[in-house]
Design a binder for this molecule. Structure first.
Ligand code: IMP
Length: 172
């Protein structure tokens, strides 16, 4: 078992999600938005986020894969599961766990845009701007974090550690 070190506690995450949820509830009031969770990493964040919001929302999921072995991204994004709910004419919020190089999110925003929603915005819980390869507009950011591989709160390394409630650095 690798060693993990907590960098953001579950309490800090919950507090920040409450703030994001309040902001989103204000911005999307009377808009009945569709929140699109990016699987698998965002499942924990999305479930906490929708329950902290105080407006009606709909939820769908999209699944992509890009990662090879744990920390290495293959650079090639594959759509594994597309949307099930029609989004034409709707307000869409893409909910992502973490933005790293930015390729996944830019692929997803293109995929969503093609389906002609009225509006499309991006909410990412964690952002690693120092790793960016392509520019992506993030409308709602939870935490900006340094360049380190992190796990927990839905994030994995080879499918391990997703269940950890805090955000941790994976130590060699
Ligand atoms: P990007 O395309 O480089 O922005 O990578 C985004 C995807 O890579 C995220 O949705 C995660 O699944 C994964 N990822 C990037 N950085 C990390 C990390 O530090 N820990 C776990 N997964 C990560």
């Amino acid at each position: 078992m690798d060693k993990t070190k907590i960098i953001i506690t579950r309490e800090e995450i919950a507090k920040r999600i409450a703030e994001l949820a309040a902001e989103l509830s204000r911005d999307y009031k009377d808009k009945n938005p569709i929140l699109i969770g990016v699987l698998k990493g965002s499942f924990v964040f999305l479930s906490d986020l929708v329950r902290a919001m105080n407006i009606p929302v709909e939820v769908d999921f999209i699944r992509v894969s890009s990662y090879g072995a744990c920390k290495e991204t293959s650079g090639k994004i594959k759509l594994v599961q597309g949307l099930k709910i029609p989004i034409k004419g709707r307000h869409v919020l893409v909910v992502e766990d973490i933005v790293d190089g930015g390729l996944t999110v830019s692929f997803l925003l293109d995929y969503v845009k093609h389906r002609r929603p009225v509006s499309i915005k991006l909410c990412a819980l964690f952002d690693k701007p120092s790793r960016r390869k392509v520019e992506v507009p993030i409308d709602y950011i939870g935490f900006t974090i340094p360049d380190a591989f992190v796990v927990g709160y839905g994030l994995d390394c080879n499918e391990k550690y997703r269940y950890l409630p805090d955000l941790c650095i994976l130590e060699e």
